[in-house]
Every structure is written in C-alpha cells, then in structure tokens.
Ligand binder design. Structure first.
Ligand SMILES: [Zn+2]
Length: 247
C-alpha cells in the first residue's frame, strides 16, 4: 500500500471508473462518472418501510429465515449497498481488493457512511468487518472490508471492533461456486467471541451491530458472519452494508 501511495505522487490521477485524467478538484472519480454513479438508494428505506425494492435485503433475509427456522422471531435485517456492481464501477471494489488502492476504498466508504448516517443506524455498539483468514490477510497486507468498516465507523462515530468476529478456516475462493455451494462452503467458517459488550441499562437489549463487507453477491459470507454473531449475541440487532451489490 505504501508503494502505491508513492506511485500516485508521480502519475497523474485517473478516474477509477473511466480512466480519464482527473481534474484538479476531482478525487478518485471524475465528475461525469460520479454524476452517473449507479447508487442503489437502499439506504432511504433501510428501516423496513420500503416503497422501493431492495433485492439485497430480500436475498439476505431469505437466508436468515431459511436457516433460522427454529428461532422464535428474526427481525428483518436492514441491508444497504452504496452502488450496483456494474461495468466500470466494479473497478472501485477491484482497485481496493486486488490493487491495494486504500485511499479510493476510504473515499467510497465515506460516501457509504454518508448514506448510512441518515437511515436509523445511529447508536451503533460496533462496526464489524467481515474478517479475512490471517493467512490471506498476511498475503494481501490488509483486509478490504476493514478499510471500509474503519472509515464508516469513524464517520458514524461508532466503535470499530475487530476482536469479536474471527475466521476459523481458510475457505477456498468463492467465485467459482454456485449459490448453494457458497453457503455450504462458509457455514461454520466464522466464530464470534461472546461477552465482548458491556451490558446496556436493562441488560436485555442486545448490541447494535453493523456488519461490513466490500461486495454482496449471494450473501452467504455475510450470512455466515451473521449467524456466528447471533450464536454469541442472540439479542443482537444486526444490519449489513457493502460498497457494491451484484444484482
Ligand atoms: Zn470517469
């Protein structure tokens, strides 16, 4: 990441989406691409009153309802993505994950945080990134979900917590697997350490948690994290957010 920052000093900055050289006042994305940004606007209705469709939340809640049949009541899990994973715009998450463009990751995370700040996610007890297995983190040098989560936590004024959720096993790459196979591949891959929150006033209200990843595809990874957190914090109220949603 440090060499990338150095390189940026000498090469004129290009728009992450279209590749055009940026003007003096533009950062990471040109004004045209920013104006055309395919925002999901899921944040407008994250509290459950949803006059527009949110297929990301629907897909996630199907997983929750299916897997947690025995649970007495599972509230609808709010889910927000900043933008649709489309041609050009998918460069944003790829630049962060595969090319270590952390400044761009932080910038788009700040846009996500702005959307989240106005959708009932105040008073969070924790912002938690989807963890990488330590081996992969070591190889990559950073966890892309944590880059996003730390910026979101900073802007929302909520604690970033990386001490609760952990990855048990190094699951193989997910990209070649079908939806069901992905779910099977990651179930049990995460654990959550219990007793990490100071009990609030009554002690009956669970911690309010925002779970963060870079991209939402099938939701299986985030669902595996969700169920690990629920196992340790049954009263926890969990929302999920990503930079991109693959429709
Ligand atoms: Zn552009």
């Amino acid at each position: 990441m440090f060499p990338a920052a150095l390189v940026n000093l000498f090469i004129p900055a290009k728009c992450i989406v279209c590749g055009q050289t940026l003007l003096k006042d533009e950062r990471h994305i040109c004004l045209n691409c920013k104006a055309d940004m395919p925002f999901t606007y899921y944040n407008l209705y994250a509290d459950g009153a949803r006059p527009v469709a949110n297929p990301m939340a629907d897909a996630f809640n199907v997983l929750v309802q299916k897997e947690m049949e025995d649970a007495p009541y599972e509230p609808y899990v709010p889910a927000v993505a900043l933008f649709f994973y489309q041609e050009g715009y998918k460069n944003i998450t790829q630049a962060l994950k595969y090319h270590g463009n952390i400044p761009a990751g932080r910038y788009f995370a700040s846009l996500l945080a702005e959307k989240l700040s106005a959708c009932g996610l105040e008073g969070l007890d924790a912002v938690i990134p989807v963890p990488l297995h330590w081996k992969r983190r070591f190889k990559r040098g950073f966890n892309q979900a944590q880059v996003i989560a730390s910026e979101v936590a900073r802007i929302l004024g909520a604690p970033l917590r990386t001490d609760i959720l952990y990855r048990r096993s190094s699951t193989g790459t997910q990209t070649r697997l079908s939806g069901e196979a992905r779910t099977a591949n990651v179930v049990g891959a995460f654990g959550a350490r219990p007793g990490r929150f100071v009990a609030s006033g009554s002690g009956t209200i669970g911690p309010k948690i925002l779970l963060i990843d870079d991209v939402f595809t099938t939701g299986s990874t985030m669902y595996a994290c969700y169920s690990a957190l629920k196992a340790s914090y049954p009263a926890g109220r969990i929302a999920i957010a990503t930079l991109a949603f693959v429709p």
